[in-house]
Write a protein that binds this ligand. Sequence first.
Ligand SMILES: NC(=O)C1=CN([C@@H]2O[C@H](COP(=O)(O)OP(=O)(O)OC[C@H]3O[C@@H](n4cnc5c(N)ncnc54)[C@H](O)[C@@H]3O)[C@@H](O)[C@H]2O)C=CC1
Ligand SMILES: O=C(O)[C@@H]1CCC=N1
Length: 277
Amino acid sequence: MLQNKTITFLGAGSMAESIIGGLVRHNVVESQQIIATNLSDQGKLNYLEHTYGIQTTSDRSEAIRQGDIVILAMKPKHVKEAIEDIQQATNSHQLFVSVLAGIPTFYIEDLLGSKAGVIRTMPNTSAKVGASATAITKGRHATDIQLHEVEQLFSSVGTVTIVKEDKLDAVTGLAGSGPAYFYYLVEAMEQAAKEAGLTADEASAFITQTIIGVGKRLQSTSKSSKELYEEVMSPNGTTEAGINVLKAQKTQEAMCKAVTRAISRSKELGEVFTKTK
Ligand SMILES: NC(=O)C1=CN([C@@H]2O[C@H](COP(=O)(O)OP(=O)(O)OC[C@H]3O[C@@H](n4cnc5c(N)ncnc54)[C@H](O)[C@@H]3O)[C@@H](O)[C@H]2O)C=CC1
Ligand SMILES: O=C(O)[C@@H]1CCC=N1
């Protein structure tokens, strides 16, 4: 389906690189069928070209003209100027795929001013290792065939779930931002490991394998998360001692608030930028 398509990345930051890495590694398209362009960082374009064997250019309009599929990968606050900048180079046969947090499909459709298909997605940076949990949804003009093209594209970097657009903000706060919550906790575990005399390498090996084990266990059991942590706790043992500290610090409440706040921030991003159209 994607074999003969040229994929242009408008924006060449960390999310674009995560997706490019997956596409190249899985030979979803030839690396020369990928074009990346950005606002100003030529060094980053050189790096991407060198690392992944893709094409890059600072001529954004030319990059767009060549793209069958255009991935919008700039920050939400830059989407208006970015699309206005290349709008003349677009056509209604192209497919536009947004990875932008909060920005609704109708806003992009209106900026494009054509019947070009728009698909909104929310991947996460685990795309870089083929383990993103990506949600996708289609806008007014996108076809089911285009939705399945995008499903195929993101399948190369992890799992893909098709959802209604009104769920995208929830997925953004939960899974788009999700990796950061875990990395933040890992930072604290590393600190505790260091204070207890483990080397950085030892700490990293134990923490990483523990997280991988948790992920695999969650994938393979029907037990609830509560049952799973209770299974680790012996009465008056080490885990209970640790969990009691987390309870005293209201850690679950804090995590719940963090995800809820990220979801509302995604909604705000949509409202702020669509209102200032
Ligand atoms: N970083 C993450 O974990 C995730 C990010 N996203 C979304 O991905 C998007 C990009 O995020 P990052 O890669 O983290 O940002 P970044 O700051 O690393 O990259 C942004 C890129 O956009 C380019 N850009 C800015 N204005 C432009 C313009 N007018 N024309 C062309 N390119 C332009 C910049 O030059 C840069 O290459 C955001 O909208 C974000 O919401 C989505 C899921 C996860
Ligand atoms: O922090 C952000 O806004 C982006 C969207 C999801 C992850 N990073």
